[in-house]
Write a protein that binds this ligand. Structure first.
Ligand SMILES: [Zn+2]
Length: 117
């Protein structure tokens, strides 16, 4: 991990491999990294010297803001296309064990796209 903390610039971020969490000891910034998708979920915004904020505090709020932001960055249809391609890829390489899963995930993706467009 050689990524500096986005809150305080601390270059030595600590990694909790067991929980897939990257956190900053200096300001309490913490983010969960999904090992399967590489998706990051903010747990604590940090910004306070010395103390670690409890992960639950404001967690869902910042998660929603984060995903809204990343959707806006990408065209909604492009998002759907990329998602479908990713699902096909996962199915081909039998990461998804059952075709039912592919269909369910694809439907979820389409519904999500429908609501966002
Ligand atoms: Zn920090």
């Amino acid at each position: 991990m050689d990524v500096a903390c986005p809150q305080c610039g601390n270059p030595n971020l600590d990694v909790d491999a067991q929980n897939s969490v990257v956190y900053c000891k200096k300001c309490g910034f913490a983010v969960r990294v999904d090992p399967q998708t590489g998706e990051t979920t903010p747990l604590s915004p940090g910004g306070q010297a010395g103390g670690e904020a409890p992960p639950a505090q404001g967690g869902s709020e910042s998660t929603a803001a984060y995903s809204d932001h990343s959707i806006l960055e990408m065209d909604a249809f492009m998002f759907w296309m990329v998602g479908t391609a990713a699902l096909l890829f996962l199915t081909l390489f039998t990461v998804i064990p059952d075709l039912t899963w592919f269909v369910v995930l694809e439907v979820m993706l389409t519904v999500f796209w429908w609501m966002k467009r």
